[in-house]
Design a protein around this ligand. Structure first.
Ligand code: HEB
Ligand code: CA
Length: 344
C-alpha cells in the first residue's frame, strides 16, 4: 500500500508541476511563435536582450555602503515595478517590450526575474553567430523597485560607465569585460536616441551576431543619420546607422581600444566572450547556488553568416586606428557604391 501511495504522490506531483525543462520548452515555443515572429532575430529579440541588461545592472553595493537600497540586480524589478522603472531616463522605450512580455509571464508559471533573462537568451538565439546564452531558474523576484541612476547612458563618459559596471559587479566588469558586454550592440538599433529615425541600427548587420559592430564603430564618423546631433549621439560612417557617443569613446579609449579591435574578424571571441559575460550579468544580485541551470532549453544558434568586411565604399583609410600596439586587421571591402543601412 505504501508503494501505491508513493506512486500516486509522484504522479500527482508531476501533474501539479510538470518538470521544469518541459515548462521552459513550452515558454520557448510560445515566445518563438508569438514574440519573435517564428524564431527571428527581430526588434523584439533585440529589445528582450536589452531588457536583461537594464534589469540586471540596477544593483549597487556602493549605495548599500551608504545605507541606501541599491537595487536587486536581475530580480525582475524593471517589469514588476515597470511604472516606476521604465520612467527612468535610460530605460526609455523599454515600457514597450515589458508590456509585450507581460502576457507571456501571466500565462506561464515562471518568476519574472527568470522570465526576463530567459526571453533575452531565447531572443538572442535567433541571431546567427550568437552564443547559446545561459538560462538559470530560481531567482528571487523583487519586492521593491531599483533606484534611479544605475543604468548607463550613451552620454556618460567611459569613466562613469566603467565605474558603474564595476560597482554593479563587485569589480568583475572591468573596462575589458565592458567591451565584451558591448558585443550585444551587434544586434541592436536605437528608437529613442533620434526619434525621427526609429530602428536605426548600430551596425549594418543587426540581424547577425557578428563583429561588424566592432569594425563600423572604428570608422571615421561623417554624418548624422537623422536630425542629429542628439544627446548621446555622434556622427556615424553610414547613412541609416546610429552611433552612440559611449560606443565611439570606448572604441577609442586607451584602456579599451585594443580589446575593441581584437574582436574584429574574430567570431570565436565574439561568441565566447559574450557567452561568458552574459552568464554573470544574468545572475547579478542572485545566489548561483540556489539556481537551476536550464541552458539546454536555449537553442544553439546558427553559425554566423557573411565575412567581416568594410561596408561598400569604405577602406582602411577610413579607420580611426586607436590601438597603437596592433595593426588593424586586413579586411575586404564589400563591392559596389556606398550603401545605407535599413531600419530594423
Ligand atoms: Fe545598449 C540599445 C546604451 C550596454 C544591449 N543601448 C541601446 C540604446 C542605447 C544603449 C542608448 C538605444 C536605445 C533606443 O532605443 O534608443 N547600452 C547603452 C550603454 C551601455 C549599453 C550606454 C553601457 C556601455 N547594451 C549594453 C549591454 C547590453 C546592451 C551591456 C547587453 C545585454 N542595447 C542593447 C541592445 C540594444 C541596445 C540589444 C538594442 C535594442 C533595440 O534594438 O531595440
Ligand atoms: Ca551585427
Amino acid at each position: 500500500l505504501s508503494a501505491l501511495i508513493s506512486v500516486v504522490a509522484i504522479v500527482q506531483g508531476a501533474i501539479a508541476s510538470p518538470p521544469l525543462n518541459r515548462r521552459l520548452f513550452a515558454i520557448r515555443e510560445d515566445l518563438q511563435k508569438n514574440l519573435f515572429d517564428g524564431g527571428q532575430c527581430n526588434a523584439e529579440a533585440h529589445e528582450s536582450l536589452r531588457l536583461t541588461f537594464h534589469d540586471a545592472i540596477a544593483i549597487s553595493p556602493a549605495l548599500e555602503a551608504q545605507g541606501k537600497f541599491g537595487g536587486g540586480g536581475a530580480d525582475g524589478s524593471i517589469a514588476i515595478f515597470s511604472e516606476i522603472e521604465t520612467g527612468f531616463h535610460p530605460n526609455i522605450g523599454l515600457d514597450e517590450i515589458v508590456e509585450k512580455q507581460r502576457p507571456f509571464i501571466n500565462r506561464h508559471n515562471l518568476g519574472v526575474a527568470d522570465f526576463i533573462q530567459f526571453a533575452g537568451a531565447i531572443g538572442a538565439s535567433n541571431c546567427p553567430g550568437a552564443p547559446q546564452l545561459a538560462a538559470f531558474v530560481g531567482r528571487k523576484d523583487a519586492t521593491q523597485p531599483a533606484p534611479d541612476g544605475l543604468v548607463p547612458e550613451p552620454f556618460h563618459t567611459p569613466d562613469q560607465i566603467f565605474d558603474r559596471l564595476a560597482d554593479a559587479s563587485q569589480g568583475e566588469f572591468d573596462p575589458i569585460l565592458t567591451v565584451w558586454l558591448l558585443t550585444a550592440h551587434t544586434v541592436a538599433a536605437a528608437n529613442d536616441v533620434d526619434p525621427t529615425i526609429p530602428g536605426s541600427p548600430f551596425d549594418s548587420t543587426p540581424g547577425v551576431f557578428d563583429s561588424q559592430f566592432f569594425v563600423e564603430t572604428t570608422l571615421q564618423g561623417t554624418l548624422f543619420p537623422g536630425d542629429g546631433p542628439n544627446q548621446g549621439e555622434v556622427k556615424s560612417p553610414l547613412r541609416g546607422e546610429m552611433r552612440l557617443q559611449s560606443d565611439f569613446l570606448i572604441a577609442r579609449d586607451n584602456r579599451t581600444a585594443c580589446e575593441w579591435q581584437s574582436f574584429i574578424n574574430n567570431q570565436t571571441k565574439v561568441h565566447d566572450m559574450f557567452q561568458f559575460v552574459f552568464h554573470d550579468l544574468s545572475i547579478l544580485g542572485q545566489d548561483i547556488n540556489s539556481l537551476v541551470d536550464c541552458t539546454e532549453v536555449v537553442p544553439v544558434p546558427k553559425p554566423v553568416v557573411g565575412r567581416t568586411h568594410f561596408p561598400a565604399g569604405l577602406t582602411i583609410r577610413d579607420v580611426n586606428h586607436a590601438c597603437a600596439e596592433t595593426p588593424f586587421p586586413v579586411l575586404p571591402t564589400d563591392p559596389g557604391p556606398r550603401t545605407s543601412v535599413a531600419p530594423v
